[in-house]
Design a protein. Structure first.
Lengths: 73, 180
């Protein structure tokens, strides 16, 4: 049910900007899996969820790829 | 009875004051005084980050910062001699900005844009467009514009003009103000 967003190859601030754009159009309760290979993505997306109130359900790391599962509040 | 009413009134007053304090969490203001490429990048990356978090962002652009928001070309007709000189000597728009160090007569910004492009970093023009789409407010300093002979038509679209009080009022409402 989760929508996958592939932001590999993007550099700051694009991953969180694009995540914010996707969430603007989303409905409450929608779940997204955001994939990025920028090492700064993990602290960035955690902070973004904190500030916006969206729920960070988990972070999975495979090699350089970081997948954040986020539910819209 | 009157004790209870007094307490209720006090609670209401405190709730109103608390609401004002909580409303302050949602703003970021910046002063962009620099006309350097690297400083403008920092300003717009931070602005975009805050906008992505749902904050209200206002950038107050003054002095050299006005170079960043000028149109790429505009006519200097109808202005005084000194004003024309200043306009001629200053870069017009984000594509022409020097870096604050290692400018090397204009090679610096080209070099950095190339290096940033290789790492997929978004360009300054694109960052500015995105920020405006996300609701960034840009206010240009009326006084700087007057002194340097810059008119509102010389600036990019969507930019307001204001003075120090306009900036300070936004700054007091927000809870973070940066000077770049």
């Amino acid at each position: 049910m989760a929508t996958k967003l592939d932001f590999k190859g993007m550099a700051c601030p694009m991953p969180i900007m694009k995540t914010a754009m996707a969430f603007k159009k989303a409905a409450s309760g929608d779940v997204f899996e955001v994939v990025c290979d920028d090492p700064g993505f993990e602290p960035d997306i955690t902070a973004w969820c904190n500030e916006t109130g969206n729920v960070l359900e988990g972070i999975n790391k495979e090699g350089k790829e970081i997948t954040a599962t986020i539910k819209k509040k | 009875m009157s004790d209870e009413m007094a307490i209720n009134e006090k609670v209401q007053e405190l709730e109103q004051r608390l609401a004002k304090v909580e409303a302050k969490g949602n703003g970021l203001t910046m002063v962009l005084m620099s006309g350097d490429f690297d400083k403008a990048m920092a300003a717009f990356i931070i602005a975009n980050g805050a906008l992505a978090m749902g904050k209200n962002v206002t950038i107050f652009v003054t002095f050299w910062g006005i170079d960043v928001i000028k149109k790429a070309s505009f006519s200097t007709a109808g202005r005084g001699f000194l004003e024309k000189m200043v306009l001629w000597m200053r870069p017009k728009g984000w594509l022409k900005l020097p870096t604050s160090k290692m400018n090397f007569a204009g090679i610096g910004p080209k070099l950095f844009r190339y290096m940033m492009g290789k790492k997929n970093v978004e360009g300054l023009g694109s960052l500015m467009d995105m920020a405006m789409e996300f609701g960034l407010n840009i206010v240009a300093c009326q006084m700087s514009m007057d002194v340097m002979g810059i008119k509102k038509e010389d600036l990019l679209d969507g930019i307001e003009v204001g003075g120090v009080a306009a900036f300070l009022s936004e700054s007091y409402k927000s809870n973070t103000t940066l000077f770049i």
